[in-house]
Design a protein around this ligand. Structure first.
Ligand code: GUN
Length: 295
């Protein structure tokens, strides 16, 4: 059997970013509006710093304004809520992103709920979560949206397909289940208590790995000709002592079985930021009562 098609997330992300850049330019020219995104990082977690810097760089690349906020790791929940309150009131700021995870003294749910839902470009606010499950308009979480774009690139009509998502996080698993349901898939969300996981995975036309476990999905867990979307980003020590990024899927083995598969790095990862840019553009237009420029 021929190797699977490798879905090039870098390419799709670059295309979407270019598209957002042009639409941002139209907004500037026709309405004199420039979208602004506030990125809030609490503490100095090295991985979070890399993610946030990348987001800030890409925001400015498309002609939007980035408002970076760095806060000490021992900030109280009350003080962080006050910062969010100020950002909520600032009309130049159309999107607010608080990088997760937060330090233990802060209750994440309180912070997410305090963000104005119209500025919640992560799509994590209860109003946006509810809108997604009801099928109403709202801001959709970025990583699941990115996964759907990649799936769409290899399969236009998902009607009646069986989708299995391994991982039930609020950031990926649960919202992605809603998007796949909307696309008429039959969806199962598996997690650490699921029985017979290999068999369940083998039933999937579309298999999404979002468990955060390096290479846990083996080649023989994959249905021949399945679409495999790997959301995992894990660091693995190689034999010569260096670090290598791997996903949640045993990529080399999966390549021999699947129809299409996303690599790590260069698959889902780059799509998340591109979708964040799109959410910031949408949020800005809604707040200003103007139509979102067409793609
Ligand atoms: N941490 C890991 N993924 C995400 C994300 O998509 N948004 C935020 N705010 N934090 C994260």
């Amino acid at each position: 059997m021929a190797d699977a098609c490798i879905i090039d997330g870098k390419k799709f992300s670059a295309e979407l970013q270019e598209d957002i850049k042009q639409r941002t330019n139209i907004l500037k020219k026709e309405h004199k509006i420039i979208p602004g995104l506030a990125t809030v990082l609490v503490g100095e977690d090295p991985a979070s710093e890399v993610y946030i810097k990348n987001k800030e760089k890409r925001i400015t690349e498309v002609g939007m304004v980035s408002y970076g906020k760095r806060l000490p790791k021992d900030i109280s929940e009350k003080d962080l809520l006050a910062v969010i309150g100020t950002l909520n009131k600032n009309p130049d700021i159309n999107g607010i992103l608080v990088q997760l995870p937060l330090p233990h003294q802060i209750f994440e749910k309180n912070i997410i709920a305090s963000i104005n839902a119209h500025k919640d470009v992560d799509g994590f606010h209860p109003l946006n979560v509810g809108a997604l499950s009801n099928g109403n308009e709202g801001l959709v979480p970025c990583t699941p949206r990115g996964c759907m774009i990649l799936i769409d690139s290899v399969c236009r009509d998902l009607t009646s397909k069986t989708a299995v998502i391994v991982g039930r996080s609020n950031i990926v698993g649960k919202p992605l289940a809603q998007l796949l349901l909307r696309a008429n898939c039959t969806v199962t969300v598996a997690h650490s208590h699921t029985k017979d996981l290999p068999d369940l995975c083998r039933s999937a036309d579309i298999l999404i790995a979002a468990a955060g476990q390096p290479e846990m999905i083996k080649g023989d867990w994959i249905k021949p000709k399945a679409i495999v979307i790997d959301v995992g980003i894990n660091r693995k020590k190689t034999q010569n002592g260096t670090n290598r990024l791997v996903g949640d899927v045993d990529f080399e083995k999966a390549l021999k079985v699947a129809e299409a598969i996303t690599p790590v790095p260069g698959g889902v990862g780059p799509m998340t930021i591109a979708c964040l840019l799109e959410n910031t553009l949408i949020a800005c237009c809604l707040q200003n009562g103007v139509k979102v420029p067409d793609a």
